[in-house]
Each structure stands twice: as structure tokens, then as C-alpha cells.
Design a protein around this ligand. Structure first.
Ligand code: DC
Length: 193
């Protein structure tokens, strides 16, 4: 069976948590596509070469979740050749036998326009910054500024900007607990299976 769940949205909206929960619930494979861009940004050197030669070891680096890695990822993600180098891997993952969940920024719009389920997970910048701050600590005002800067870059780039697909279901988690958000996402998948 081929079945793709595309989850997009801005930083710290809850995409990863929802994606992992859906994958566990239905036995689907899960790909955090942000990790690909984080690994490219963290590798240094020419980002296009880094994307073309990405390895499992690059994806296992322990420093991929830092604020700096997020910013570097967002910068290299604006380079069309970087996105092109990562496209086939993501598409193959999405259509692998047994079902797949991918979370990112352009899954429903560019990588898998024919995904069976598309969810756009969002929340206010303040709520998202608070969640990110719980993860990384530091100065809360700086974390909020980082979230807003990354939103602006990801939404305004020319190639595959962050936006909901026309047929995506919008899931606003600003005032929704994680269990309720996962329950809604599970219901969307069940309805389509
Ligand atoms: O989801 P994340 O915070 O790990 O993503 C890090 C950055 O990678 C994000 O700011 C933009 C980029 N990205 C992207 O352009 N396309 C994706 N499908 C996933 C992430």
C-alpha cells in the first residue's frame, strides 16, 4: 500500500510530534525533512555539494536541534539547487510501500502534491516561540525573534515557500493540547484510509 501523509507548517507548530504520533499509530515510516536541511546547513562548505553528498552520519549529528542549526537550515533551504538535490530522496520515501508521513514546509505543495492527506499545522508565533524555548532555553525574546525571522525567510523565498496547499486541512494548535491535535490528525488519516 502506498499512502502519504504530508504535514507542513512553520517552526515549532507541532508538526514533528503529530507526524511521529501518526506514524506510530498507523505503522507508517516517518521523515523529518527539516533534519535534511539542518544537516546540510551544519555540514558547512558548499551547501549544494553538502546536499548532494548527504550521508546517514550527517543526519545523526547531535547538534542539529540548536537555534543556530535552525537558522543555517533556513538559509540553505532558500537555494534552489539544495532543494533539487533533496527532492528525489523525499519523493521515494513518500511512496515507499507501507505508508509514509513527511513533515516539513513544502511537502503538500511541491514534494507530494498528490498526498492522500495534507495537514498544515500552525500556531501563533508567541506560542511556538514558547515551545521552542522549553526545548532550547536561553533568552525568550531572542527565541521569539528567531522564530519570526525564520518564518519570514521560509515564507518569502522564491523556491517552494512555506504556505498551505490549496487542499490542506489547517490545524491551529495555539489553543489545542497535543493529544487533541493528534486526535484530529488521526481522524483525518482514518477518514481517508
Ligand atoms: O522543521 P525544521 O525547523 O527542522 O526546519 C529547519 C529549516 O529547514 C526551516 O526553517 C526551513 C527548512 N525546511 C524547508 O525549507 N523545507 C522543508 N521541507 C523542511 C525544512
Amino acid at each position: 500500500m502506498q499512502f502519504t501523509v504530508a504535514i507542513d507548517g512553520p517552526a515549532a507548530a507541532g508538526k514533528g510530534t503529530i507526524g511521529r504520533a501518526i506514524a506510530a499509530r498507523f505503522g507508517f515510516a516517518h521523515l523529518d525533512t527539516g533534519a535534511l536541511y539542518r544537516a546540510v546547513g551544519a555540514k558547512g562548505g558548499d551547501p549544494v555539494l553538502a546536499a548532494q553528498s548527504l550521508s546517514a552520519a550527517d543526519l545523526a549529528r547531535p547538534d542539529l536541534r540548536t537555534l543556530a542549526a535552525g537558522q543555517a537550515a533556513s538559509r540553505v533551504a532558500a537555494i534552489p539547487e539544495v532543494r533539487a538535490a533533496l527532492l528525489d530522496f523525499q519523493r521515494r520515501f513518500a511512496r515507499a510501500e507501507g505508508g509514509a508521513v513527511l513533515d516539513g514546509r513544502d511537502i503538500g505543495t511541491v514534494i507530494c502534491p498528490d498526498a492522500e492527506v495534507k495537514i498544515y499545522v500552525t500556531a501563533s508565533p508567541e506560542v511556538r516561540a514558547h515551545r521552542r524555548w522549553l526545548e532550547v532555553g536561553g533568552d525568550p525574546a531572542l527565541v521569539l525573534a528567531e522564530v519570526k525571522e525564520r518564518d519570514a525567510r521560509d515564507m518569502n523565498r522564491t523556491d517552494a515557500p512555506l504556505k498551505p496547499a490549496a487542499d490542506a486541512v489547517i490545524l491551529d494548535t495555539s489553543a489545542l493540547g497535543i493529544d487533541a491535535a493528534v486526535a484530529r490528525a488521526v481522524a483525518l488519516v482514518e477518514a481517508r484510509l
